[in-house]
Design a protein around this ligand. Structure first.
Ligand SMILES: [Zn+2]
Ligand SMILES: [Zn+2]
Length: 134
């Protein structure tokens, strides 16, 4: 199986995942906008197992539906590299940009589309949800 490695900006924190993503989504919620400093977050979900190299600091955020998301970021450069959902042991969400791979698969889902900046255009065929579908 092929593997991919996503890295923080300074290279201290890395995550290696295997196979193709379970899904790729972009999220326009205001928490993701502030979390990333960008106008939307691009996330790819991968199945376990995965391997983490380096030190991560954690930040837990409760979603609108009560789910707890545990974000891991690099304590040196601050890149938010990956997150897990509490009670969900099957997968990990990795920031797509951290793969630094322009050929990474495009998103299938657009989440919190109600918060999308109007100038952001979705790729054709993207399924849009007003809020979080889960
Ligand atoms: Zn770093
Ligand atoms: Zn979000």
């Amino acid at each position: 199986m092929s593997s991919r490695t996503a890295s923080c900006h300074c290279g201290q924190l890395r995550i290696e995942v295997e196979g193709e993503p379970r899904f790729v989504g972009i999220c326009h919620c205001l928490a993701c906008q502030q979390r990333t400093g960008s106008v939307f977050a691009a996330l790819a979900s991968f199945s376990v197992p995965y391997r983490v190299f380096g030190k991560a600091t954690e930040f837990v955020r409760a979603g609108d539906q009560g789910a707890k998301f545990r974000f891991r970021f690099c304590p040196v450069c601050g890149t938010k590299l990956f997150h897990t959902e509490e009670g969900e042991l099957e997968g990990v969400g990795v920031a797509v940009g951290a793969f630094a791979d322009p050929n990474f698969p495009a998103p299938q889902y657009s989440i919190y589309d109600c918060r999308r900046h109007p100038w952001v255009q979705l790729p054709p065929g993207t399924k849009a949800f007003g809020k979080d579908p889960t």
